[in-house]
Write a protein that binds this ligand. Structure first.
Ligand code: B1M
Length: 211
């Protein structure tokens, strides 16, 4: 059984989406629990991807291909996990702020969070404060993520946090920000709970924030 999980993790790392799907189905057919396959196979593989991406041994295309393999496995597991009422890592609303159309990094963060078992609600790009507020009200996530790639749009992060405060929602959710023009100091200045420099760190930080 442990051998099956190791194979799933290793094929996921290699981005072999079809093989991951077959292995996941095979493990289910042998009676393995969906949660066990998720934790010991898919998440273990994605954790290794995150670790090696952070260390500079993997690059963006490899992470995207691994994430695709994760999706192939999750496609089979998700309905079963929902049936078994398995509790995920947490819920996260994420988006690129108003005026900003860059989404490659944000998508990568979303994929890594998905891979780590978070339920992510992706609001897309050019997301204004009102849309973030509406999503926090509707989905009641533990975590809200904002991405910005332009120095001219990072001010929207502050505007969004202020709007959350005015709406009385700031204390209900942890806020993580990221993107090239953003720093740890900036995060503290605007009242965000954390800054993540890359997608792999975002997962570690998100886990810490919702723990
Ligand atoms: Co634009 N662009 N762009 N662009 N673009 C940059 C960002 C720029 C640095 C290029 C440059 O001049 N050297 C510059 C910004 C300068 C500045 O403000 N300091 C720039 C500009 C000026 C512009 C336009 C204004 C150009 C123009 O039209 N005159 C325009 C703006 C459009 C708009 O947004 N309103 C524009 C447009 C575009 C394209 C549409 C052509 C395209 C975006 C396509 C897309 O995203 N779908 C594009 C691209 C591709 C880039 C570059 C080349 C690459 C960005 C990228 O995807 N990087 C970029 C130059 C560069 O970075 N070399 C540039 C890869 C990605 C994986 O990294 O996004 O940093 P990154 O994400 C990382 C981390 O930052 C972090 O994790 C990710 C993965 O490790 N992270 C988070 C990101 N979000 C996070 C959120 C988190 C946590 C971590 O928590 C929630």
């Amino acid at each position: 059984m442990a051998d099956n999980l190791q194979k799933i993790a290793s094929k996921l790392y290699d981005g072999e989406d079809q093989e991951v799907a077959e292995l996941v189905q095979g493990a289910l057919d042998q009676g393995m629990a969906p949660g066990e396959i998720l934790q010991g196979g898919l998440m273990a593989g994605m954790d290794a991807v995150g670790r090696d991406f952070k260390a500079g041994d993997l690059f963006v295309p490899e992470v995207l291909i691994a994430a695709r393999a994760m999706h192939a496995g999750m496609h089979i597991l998700r309905p079963l996990l929902a049936d078994s009422d398995m509790v995920g890592a947490g819920k996260c609303v994420i988006g690129t702020v108003k005026g900003d159309l860059h989404d490659i990094g944000k998508n990568l963060v979303k994929m890594m969070l998905d891979g780590a078992g978070f339920e992510t609600i992706d609001l897309g790009t050019d997301v204004g404060p009102e849309a973030f507020i509406e999503a926090v009200r509707e989905h009641q996530p533990q975590l809200m993520g904002m991405s910005a790639l332009l120095t001219t749009t990072r001010g929207q992060m502050k505007a969004t946090i202020e709007a959350l405060e005015e709406a009385g929602l700031k204390e209900s959710v942890k806020i993580m920000i990221g993107g090239a023009p953003v720093t740890d100091v900036f995060a503290r200045e605007i009242g965000a709970d954390a800054y993540a420099p890359d997608a792999a760190s975002a997962v570690d930080i998100a886990r810490g924030l919702v723990a």
